[in-house]
Design a protein around this ligand. Structure first.
Ligand SMILES: Cc1cc2nc3c(=O)[nH]c(=O)nc-3n(C[C@H](O)[C@H](O)[C@H](O)COP(=O)(O)O)c2cc1C
Length: 356
């Protein structure tokens, strides 16, 4: 038995394997009101057919001003909930766990579909908000959120979480990575607040911890709650692995179950390493310091490579990004390559990979 194809139970949910789909924005809500459609069904459906244990849906905004672009998915309205339902039902029917990444883009919201900077108000953009009023390089400046507004951010995440459950999602992930709103509060490079949400590590982590606690209180004990962190800003004096591990422990105490470790995205002009498994050392650093499972993501493309990372004993789950875009059936192929017999969709059985 491989570790990649062994199940993992977290609270009330069991994933059939540890080859999971990482959240990936598709910028494909043509209606520009965050309501998913045919593209999302085909895209997420094919990933579920491909044998992944968990399919984590892209960064999905908990309120309209939290969308990265006007084409991003949302989870704040009844219409959005209704549109997600057939997709989560299909994902589940294929034996995969439907999960969703709850997000607010903060100062990196209101951008063009191709990522080429901010959209003007006249062209349908909106005033962004953040921890402070400093812009992400090349983007319009955000408005610093008042202390009194932060309860509204927590409440939006809670409503998003409750809506996600109503829409059929079985696991939740808070996006606290890649320079989006939660990360903007966490990092000393983007948080210069003077209230109880800025300054010390405890204060910078306050918004995230309050969000974790409030979501846990709202969804009960059976729903797994993951946190995606960027473990480092790759800049001296910024957010780093040690702070990530400390805040992950506080998140666990507040009700989080798993840490999905990525990196970067807060600032430009830094050297981000590249190469096969380039973020695995970050995942291992966090895994050595927390009791909860930790995932690895980033240029993990090969079945043997994925199994070896798991066999080293720290990482519990492999997240697949671009490899799954190239081959939505990556887990089925990986199982064949590792010589593991897994369930195939009955309609696809004639295409089953030769057993090795
Ligand atoms: C098209 C695309 C969209 C992405 N969107 C998100 C996202 O919505 N949320 C997120 O946390 N990461 C996002 N990412 C990052 C991936 O989840 C993943 O961490 C990254 O691509 C590295 O893994 P890979 O080398 O397997 O692709 C995105 C990546 C790609 C390629």
């Amino acid at each position: 038995m491989t570790k990649l194809f062994s199940p993992l139970t977290i609270r009330g949910i069991t994933a059939k394997n540890r080859a999971w789909i990482a959240p990936m924005c598709m910028y494909s809500c043509e209606n520009k009101d965050g309501v998913v459609g045919d593209f999302h069904m085909a895209h997420l459906g094919s990933l579920a057919l491909g044998g992944a244990g968990v399919v984590i849906v892209e960064a999905t905004a908990v309120r309209a001003d939290g969308r990265i672009t006007p084409w991003c998915t949302g989870i704040w309205s009844a219409e959005q909930v209704a549109a997600w339902k057939p997709i989560t039902a299909f994902v589940k029917s294929q034996g995969a766990v439907p999960a969703i990444q709850l997000a607010h883009a903060g100062r990196k919201a209101s951008t063009h579909r191709d990522g080429s900077g901010s959209i003007t108000l006249a062209d349908g953009g909106w005033q962004t908000v953040s921890s402070t009023d400093e812009a992400f390089t090349g983007y319009f400046a955000p408005r610093a959120l008042e202390t009194s507004e932060l309860r509204g951010i927590v409440d939006a995440f809670v409503t998003g979480a409750k809506n996600a459950i109503a829409a059929g999602f079985e696991a939740l992930e808070i996006h606290a990575a890649h320079g989006y709103l939660m990360h903007q509060f966490l990092s000393p490079l983007s948080n210069h607040r003077e209230d109880e949400y800025g300054g010390s590590l405890e204060n910078r982590a306050r918004l995230l911890i309050e969000t974790v606690s409030a979501i846990r209180a709202a969804v009960g004990n059976d729903v797994p709650l993951f946190i995606r962190f960027s473990a480092t800003d790759y800049r001296e004096g910024g957010w780093d692995e040690t702070q990530t591990a400390e805040v992950a422990k506080w998140c666990a105490e507040a009700g989080a179950d798993l840490f999905d470790i990525s990196s970067g995205g807060l600032i430009t002009g830094v050297q981000i390493p590249s190469g096969p498994g380039y973020q695995v050392p970050l995942s291992e650093f966090i895994a050595e310091r927390v009791a909860e499972p930790v995932t690895a993501v980033g240029q993990i493309t090969d079945a043997q490579q994925a199994e070896e990372i798991l066999q080293r004993g720290e990482v519990e789950v492999i997240m697949l990004g671009r490899a799954a875009l190239r081959d939505p059936h990556w887990p089925l192929r990986a199982a064949a390559e590792l010589g593991v017999e897994v369930h195939w969709p009955v309609q696809y059985e004639r295409g089953k990979f030769p057993k090795s």
